[in-house]
Design a protein around this ligand. Sequence first.
Ligand SMILES: [Ca+2]
Ligand SMILES: [Ca+2]
Ligand SMILES: [Ca+2]
Length: 285
Amino acid sequence: MRKLLLAFVSITLAFAGCAKEVFKPEKGKTIAFTRDGVIMLMRIDKKTEEPITKPEEGTNNNPVISPDGTKIAFATNRDGNWEIYVANIDGSNPKNITQHSSPDRYPVWSPDGTKIAFVSEREGQPDIFVVNSDGTGLKRLTNNNAFNKDPSWSPDGKKIAFVSSLPGNWEIYVMNADGSNQTRLTHTEQDTEETPCWSPDGKMIAFVSNSKGSNQVYVMNADGTGIKRVTDKTEAHPWWSPDGKQLVFSSSRDGNWEIYIANVDGSGLTRLTSNTASDEQPSWW
Ligand SMILES: [Ca+2]
Ligand SMILES: [Ca+2]
Ligand SMILES: [Ca+2]
């Protein structure tokens, strides 16, 4: 009996050894991004990646992993218009949480994982809304006769940074998470700012500006002071590493859009993807 049991155990182990390794997201080592409209997960330590949407499921953008690592939010046009979906981290059980005929895009999780801020055009122009992650409790946060987009929560959940066209050009603003006390942070009438992302310690905001002619990554203090340039080619969509030491972003510097990471001072630039597809909109979990 004992011999039989040992034989069974060794056969089971042999099969387990042959099985394909299951992709496991790990905090601090996992990046979500979109490759030609397919949501990808990448383990940067193992250099493994896996698609979690299918090519027939429309164009899928702006994937962001939930703070607890169990879910992923993204925008998709699979239903004929842009909607925010929340799925399990492996892509299973995708649910439409916006269900509105106008464009709904750019989801970001609140730090406690209960809410999602996003951009909707349901009132006629892009504005920032917030909704519970199950689709209930929708609230409009901006209402100012301008375009408002690119929300990013502060790590304590109390504030949201965003960009607004209110002054006649794109500028970075911050507001309380209920939409009150909207305050302008940048004052660059000649330049376009986009995609602010709050650092994990709450002290800084990364963003993109075309101040030097092409879109490049910058960082500044969370009060708008101390602007410093990080990259020097054509970049988009910076996102902080969970330890606050690095940024992930996309760049077309090598001929097509690829995912890169760099230290916050711009040193240590490393390319993570290498293919002819468009690899864009990374977020780091
Ligand atoms: Ca919609
Ligand atoms: Ca500006
Ligand atoms: Ca590429």
